[in-house]
Design a protein around this ligand. Structure first.
Ligand code: TXA
Ligand code: MG
Length: 346
């Protein structure tokens, strides 16, 4: 399959989005930018399209897809909404929040991995919104990476995984947030976070809504064989390089990186560190994460994939805090590392 690449701003955007929308409506795959990561889009109403998504990603078909709508109320057509859904939608949509709702029959079981619930998300990225409008159907879209790899946050990384596997890629530049949406389920007036993201626990509890966090978010060993969010149980976000998370500060990171250099003479060792630490890591490949949690979230998947482009064999990074804005980073990076955590004093 030849993949058409269209760069937003390089020609007639309206025409390109109309073509993208038509491709989706007719059962093809189109990759598009969102404010979180790039999505691999297909009609949420066609079972064959969902099958194509699983094949293109190499994704297990019991891992359900998120259905993207232009407006929160568009979910009425295929899901049973509730006052709590609308309270969250009012505050956080359009934006990086995904809400699990009971599904109606309009969504084929292939889209939801056989579950009787469906994940609903209303993205804020204008290109994503225009594409959904043009498609005139809700768009089922997982992140546009091959299963197991870090999610793509720029079109170059999309093309590395999806060139030849999809009909069209729409390049809308770098994604603003860089990590996937917050996924929540609802029960008895409470919100449960299944996957943390830019919409934080605090932001939801500030609305006066009780919030819990699934144990599997921070503890890989707490993920059961049948977790509420099937995605939790799969290997995720992993670069080719081995990633080690070092507990402690700059000194501990430097010590571990140096020890590795001595052990693995001649290998390309990378350090993921803040901008203010970068000058200390002379002789290493430096993956600069900026200064704030927001910058780290924005760059993290990009840097993991960039390390692979540089043929790095080991990456040393700080073990991030599991609090506040950093919870999403913690959740992803422990999975990227496969649980390789070097504790202080070990
Ligand atoms: O930011 C995002 O959410 C991106 C962009 C493209 O919108 N999409 C994304 O999709 O991250 P994906 O497929 O990579 O991750 C979807 C997650 C998976 O962990 C999946 O298990 C969970 O959402 N999920 C989807 N439907 C669900 C359902 N009905 N019940 C529980 N979890 C569900
Ligand atoms: Mg994904």
């Amino acid at each position: 399959m030849i993949t058409e690449l269209y760069v937003i701003g390089s020609g007639d955007d309206g025409e390109a989005l109309r073509r993208g929308g038509q491709l989706i409506r007719e059962g093809n795959l189109v990759v598009f930018p969102t404010e979180t990561v790039y999505g691999l889009g297909a009609s949420a109403y066609l079972s064959e399209s969902a099958m194509k998504v699983y094949a293109a990603k190499g994704r297990p078909s019991d891992n359900p897809l998120i259905v993207h709508v232009e407006k929160p109320e568009d979910a009425e057509e295929f899901a049973y909404t509730s006052p709590l859904y609308y309270a969250l939608a009012e505050r956080f949509m359009p934006g990086p929040l995904t809400v699990i709702l009971p599904k109606k029959d309009k969504i084929p079981p292939q889209v939801t991995g056989g579950l009787d619930t469906v994940a609903v998300r209303c993205p804020s990225n204008p290109t994503a919104r225009a594409l959904i409008r043009e498609a005139a159907v809700p768009i089922a879209a997982p992140s546009a990476n091959l299963s197991g790899k870090p999610s793509p946050t720029c079109a170059r990384h999309v093309m590395q995984d999806m060139d030849g596997r999809v009909s069209m890629v729409i390049d809308g530049g770098d994604c603003d947030i860089g990590l996937e949406s917050t996924v929540v389920s609802l029960a008895d007036g409470c919100v449960k976070v299944l996957r943390p993201g830019a919409i934080t626990v605090q932001m939801i509890s500030d609305m006066g809504i009780p919030v819990t966090v699934d144990a599997g978010v921070t503890d890989l060993s707490a993920v059961s064989a049948h977790p509420e969010s099937p995605g939790m149980k799969y290997k995720h976000y992993a670069p080719k390089a081995s990633l080690f998370l070092v507990e402690g500060g700059t000194e501990e990171l430097l010590a571990q990186a140096r020890a590795s250099k001595v052990r693995s003479e001649g290998k390309n060792i990378a350090v993921m560190c803040r901008s203010d630490e970068a000058s200390l890591f002379d002789g290493f490949t430096v993956l600069d994460t900026g200064l704030s949690s927001k910058e780290l979230a924005h760059r993290m998947f990009y840097l993991l994939r960039y390390a692979d482009e540089l043929c790095v064999s080991e990456i040393y990074a700080h073990l991030p805090s599991a609090e506040g804005e950093s919870l999403a980073i913690y959740n992803r990076i422990i999975r990227s590392s496969g649980g390789n955590i070097i504790r202080k004093g070990k």
